[in-house]
Design a protein around this ligand. Structure first.
Ligand code: NDP
Length: 245
């Protein structure tokens, strides 16, 4: 694998953390963003201890200027942005009748607007480089809805819509920028910890206990797309536990 500068949002736990460690182990230079600084510090230390290269910047992806600062940090320290992974996400699911409007707003701000801010922060740099890859994390819930998944699914369907339009624009511009969507199924992370609706939490905890697999499965898929030949793009990978219905 050629060494690349890779920015990951939501890198303080779960898929983002494991992906950061794998890509750093493969010799890439990592720039990590999330809100929990102590977690980011520890991950950067772990990477450093194993001979890798990583820096972090506390970043709330719901704030456009903070996402711009993350990109600026990558350019300041490493001079380029080869891959930007819009991974930060929240899934406080519940049925519409519960009226958890604050949670709907948060999912739209983080999952959807955060992805847009990441694209905005990296695209012009990649155009100038005539090279780059934007990887957006959607979900199998971005392909199909279920009871209680309405708003989360809307954000993840939205991530796929944004990605496909972006892919067409970059192909038309002949910018040499690759656009990839990763749509995971049930992965054992902290994602379900933030579900506040008791009934939804109970159902999803059971579902995750029955099906969820390690985030390293997704990290390996991400590393595979990054390492594939640059004249070809894996535009979407759906990756779910074999037993998940
Ligand atoms: P985690 O909860 O472990 O990780 C979510 C990450 O997002 C954390 O690092 C968190 O960091 C970060 N985050 C949340 N809000 C913000 C914010 N406002 N600004 C910056 N970072 C934020 O869950 P996963 O690893 O599972 O989630 C990663 C992605 O994978 C998400 O987009 C999720 O929707 C998607 N996904 C996960 C699946 C699963 O089953 N686990 C299935 C399908 C998709 P911090 O709190 O420190 O800011």
């Amino acid at each position: 694998m050629n060494k690349k500068v890779i920015v990951i949002t939501g890198a303080s736990s779960g898929i983002g953390e494991v992906t950061a460690k794998l890509l750093a182990h493969q010799g890439n230079e990592l720039v990590l963003g999330a809100r929990r600084e102590s977690r980011l510090q520890k991950i950067v230390q772990d990477i450093d201890d194993t001979g890798g290269s990583a820096i972090y910047q506390v970043t709330d992806v719901a704030v456009a200027s903070q996402v711009q600062n993350l990109a600026a940090m990558a350019l300041k320290f490493y001079g380029r942005i080869d891959v930007w992974i819009n991974n930060a996400g929240l899934m406080p699911r519940s049925e519409f009748i519960k009226g958890r409007v604050d949670e709907w707003d948060k999912m739209i701000d983080v999952n959807l607007k955060g992805t847009l801010y990441g694209i905005n922060a990296s695209l012009k740099t990649m155009r100038n480089q005539y090279s780059g890859q934007i990887i957006n994390i959607s979900s199998v819930a971005g392909h199909a809805t279920s009871i209680g998944s309405g708003v989360y699914s809307a954000t993840k369907f939205g991530v796929r819509a944004i990605s496909e339009a972006l892919r067409k624009e970059e192909a038309a511009a002949k910018s040499n920028i690759r656009i990839t969507v990763i749509s995971p199924g049930a992965i054992a992370t902290e994602l379900t910890d933030h579900i506040k609706d008791p009934e939804t939490k109970k159902n999803l905890d059971k579902f995750y206990n029955d099906y969820a697999v390690s985030p390293d499965r997704v990290a390996k898929a991400i590393a595979f797309t990054i390492d594939s030949p640059e004249d070809t793009t894996m535009n979407e990978i759906v990756i779910r536990p074999t037993a998940q219905k």
